[in-house]
Write a protein that binds this ligand. Sequence first.
Ligand SMILES: O=C1O[C@H]([C@@H](O)CO)C(O)=C1O
Length: 574
Amino acid sequence: MVPTDGSVVRPISRGLTLRALVIWCILLPFIRLSSGAKTRHFKWEVEYMYWSPDCIENVVMGINGQFPGPTIRAKAGDTVVVELTNKLPTEGVVIHWHGIRQLGTPWADGTAFISQCAINCGETFHYRFKVDRRSAGLYGSLIVDVAEGEKEPFHYDGEFNLLLSDWWHKSVHEQEVGLSSNPFRWIGEPQSLLINGRGQYNCSLAAQYSNTNSSQCKLRGNEQCAPQILRVRPNKTYRLRVASSTALASLNLAIGNHKMVVVEADGNYLQPFAVNDLDIYSGESYSVLITTDQDPSKNYWLSIGVRGRLPATPPGLSILNYQPTSVSKFPTSPPPVTPRWDDYNHSKTFSNSIFALMGSPKPPTSYDRRITLLNTQNKIDGFTKWAINNVSLALPPTPYLGSIKYGLQNAFDQKSPPENFPDNYDVMRPPINPNSTIGSGVYMFGLNSTVDVILQNANSLSNNVSEIHPWHLHGHDFWVLGYGEGKFSAKDEKKLNFKNPPLRNTAVIFPYGWTALRYVADNPGVWAFHCHIEPHLHMGMGVVFAEGVHHVKSIPNEALTCGLTAKFLDKNRG
Ligand SMILES: O=C1O[C@H]([C@@H](O)CO)C(O)=C1O
């Protein structure tokens, strides 16, 4: 799960080493189609290269020789065409455009064996999609500008993109083999945290402040691992677009001496609220405003730290440099201290402060279908897996989009997956029977139906352990109706927020708790819904949703070149 540029390697569980580069793009909400919509063409080549993101040389996946990858600038309403060639000699890739709805182009969603086949070594695939209203989410690869004449509900003088990721020195192959082995070998905690692909493993920028025995970094500033400095002017307001593409870590961001006003999440405007620190889970993105109203003769730390799991990784650091103060003048105080990793009340307080900005779209007042998804850690033939309602996802060799569209038989489990779990299941204890089963079934929803999803957390295989899971939905945003403790039940209905629930594409479930989501199945296609923690997805922690597939126009052949759809193509070519 070694993250590369603004992309996270997603080994799709099917035993294949298949990397799904998750390319994030700026979330710029409420962008109406601009008049001068353009089609912007890009040619990307994915290739291994040696790089030192945390000052230790490693193998990364670069795009056009860059780490992090190149940035696409587009305007709302534009069509983006990326001609992607895979030059990795040992594995297939796909690119998921996190936050893009892919309305009308479900085959461009970049989910292997769901929307397309893997792009094998030497092959080229054309991603062509419209950057719509809810476009993008950050990740330093796709920046969507507000359309001409568009105004945002806040003002700022400058902006920075901060892509946060975690970093291991072990190769993703070795990690995957470990996760798929019996005995199970967990990937462990990351060696370092990166900010825009930059971190420091064998030294600390703030060694003189911390009691750890790490040495002080001696960086000239042009190293690949040198921190990106945020150069600001006094008495200005800056927008920080922060996104997490971590493979595992739940992070907390803080800037010494500066409060942050949270104004946007996952591309949707929020009721602004001020915080001293910001929790951000894998797959999420936020915009915060900071005002440079501090002593301009000083510089200040920007720090990211691990939460939700006992930390074993030093904080990631960057510097907020008030011009014209020299950047080499280190901040005079230690970096902000990350809240305790298991202070979940702190985390819940933050999550429960997030409300949609007045005037945002409201959820339908009722649902057509409600499914409850129990998250458990299980064993299958001795292998450690994650399962949803006791089914651990294993993707079929034929992409669902093609097999459903063309009615191919035996392409995946025809039995619809369970929509609930046994009433007598005790979420507070490890599973009495740890065994689970593999499945590839699809939750089929009526086109334009309203779907409620209750994500139910539970104790893992170990006593008194329940882990955080950030769930990400492709092709849609959902309203987050609320969070609660223990097993969701009818009494919890009254806790749900229908007044101003935030629209998100990623939402966290807290230990032993539940999170209630609602979305409208209005996007013909087949959509992944999964825990955004890469090893968990690899271990089967996901489900597949589909709606209106028969409304999908003809799928480009290049998305059908594997499994049963390849045979189907050959037959029809004849
Ligand atoms: O999936 C996981 O496996 C380990 C542990 O549960 C077993 O080693 C861990 O911390 C996970 O999140």
